[in-house]
Design a protein. Sequence first.
Lengths: 305, 163
Amino acid sequence: MNKDTFIQDWMEGKITPEQLEELKSNPEYEGSIRELNQILKASSQLTPPKKKDKQQAWAELSDRITEGQSEKAAKVIKLNRFIKLAVAVTVILLLTVYLLLPSTTTFTTLPGEQLTYTLPNGTKVTLNAASSISFSASQWDTERKVDLTGEAYFDVTNGKPFTVATRAGNIEVLGTRFNAYHRSGTLRVSCFEGKVSVSSKSNNTVLRKGQMSEIKNNVLEDPKEFDVEKAAAWRTGEFYYENTPLTEVVYELERQFNVEININLNSKRHYTGYFSNKDLDEALKLVLLPMSLKYEKAGSTIEVK
Amino acid sequence: MDKARFKDLFDQYYEPIRNFLYYKLGDIDQAEDIAQEVFIKAWNKKAEINLSTVKSLLYTIANNLAINHFQSAKNKYEFHLEDQEKPSSETPEYQMEEKEFAQRLNHLFSELPENQRVVFLMNRIDDMTYGQIAEQLGVGVKAVEKRMHEALKFLREHIKQKI
């Protein structure tokens, strides 16, 4: 793929997540993607300067316009019913074409990166490393839906229903704060405020503040309590685990530090503990030593014995 | 159309129209003055206003009025960052970097060709889709995509060196 057409393809959503992952592992593109993301993100947070606000502008305008010229011309329009019809048909056609055009916006984080974005309705989304969300900006008014892979924390502005869709299941909310983790086919949702509805293909449950639930292999488990202090601490770089499969913890280490960990995993082992994404050596010690695992580090590859 | 309904129109479109003029001219005083003129012209044409086409009409008027103005000598962009809550993990250094980054973008915007700059900013700041932008500017979606792509390419190539 040529570097020039790549930007265009990427912006038009023609690059699949798989291709993007592949590109990111190529040092030549990795920097470009990071810079492009940075430019797109920063420019969408810019606000134009303003000398007078809308009310002032209206007050000024209101003084300069007078009522009372419209009746005569209103009749002219009535005569042209055919034109009206033609315009209506054109508008419907344009609208149809426009709604059918795909225009998907995607936000992506690289390994070792966390970013916060604001969606069109004011909802704030913090993406954990190696995660992405995408949504259709053109259909946002009718359907507030984002597709998620990876992990994200949502602070949803009150208003119309908001849906987070994953392959494992969907989450529906009104205004609320919640964390969604969707990796390796598992969807885990933790509710921090308000109510969150979680549905698998065949089942549905409502989470209240302080409750979490998981969909694994299409089975939706019953809500249970979780530690509000710890579940979304990843946003400040802290990761807490309680009886979590070691595989999941190792994958998180890889994503946070952008390293490769070669480990012969016995997936039945579970880990309880903590690591911070500030210091790789310390994190490795905190995770691997309690499991009686020794390791050797060579560059960004870690061999676990 | 009476004044109350005209105010609804104004409330809905004043800001995007003013922004559009600012993107073109890079002078907020001029942009606000011309935005006033746009709505006065629209009011005078209110008999012909059709709610489904009014948005395009406003952009067309704005575009024509802007062309008649001399390109402002100023053409200096002064976008500032939205005040938004920062997650506590972002350090003051990071926020500084963000500010500096925004300054660089401001500087680069005045070097971008006008048609690329307008498309890029309508998409990023006013959250308009390529389809909407194409409709308002009276060009094809392909042209919008191309300008967007050129703009992004230019910004990426220059963001590193310029300050």
